[in-house]
Design a protein. Sequence first.
Length: 227
Amino acid sequence: MLNGSFRMPAVHVESKVETVTKREPINAITYYMVGMSVMFVLYIASNIGSYAFCEKQLHVFNRILLANVSKWSYMIGIFISSVLLAFFQLVFLYGITSLIYHIRWPHVTAFFAVTLALCFAVGGLSVLLTSLNYRLNSEHMSNFFATIVVTLFSLLGGSFFPSNQLSGWIHTLGNLTPNGSGMTAYLKILQGYDLPDVAGSILYLCLFGTAMAIAAVFIFPKKGELS
């Protein structure tokens, strides 16, 4: 009390944002960087499928068979090409955005493991779309995948907004998509989680790619069915 007046003491408060799990919070730029990258990498599958069908129309595939090259060697080549293209696209994109926005990946080994697993899933989708295009003698499946399926996967997987804001089952369904599973793993790595914490997503992506490749083997038309 001084001269009949009361003076409040000065209080300095410092605040910071923390997640409930004490992990690093994810800002909007980082979230949508990951969301858009896992969405656009899916377009490689549709583009590869369309390109492979163009090779069929131009009789490139027939020349490959006449050269005594197995059709399975051709499909393996498509798979490997898709994996490499997806890998280079993701690494280039994340490298550029990390430099521009100063985004740091705490565990590089986990990052590359998730990236390779996601690329493996894209490779499986590529050979599946190639088989469907050959079976239907049309590239409509690639177009349908690029316009409808990728949009649906991106919506469920959380590329546009966090899917857990809708409901729990939609979030679970989103994690079953390759982009959703990859996005969940990437965000965990950015929050400081290590390789064992994302091993489930890596295993799922590898199994997804394998399942797509096996389905492609059964769908691909036999020699007498090719027109």
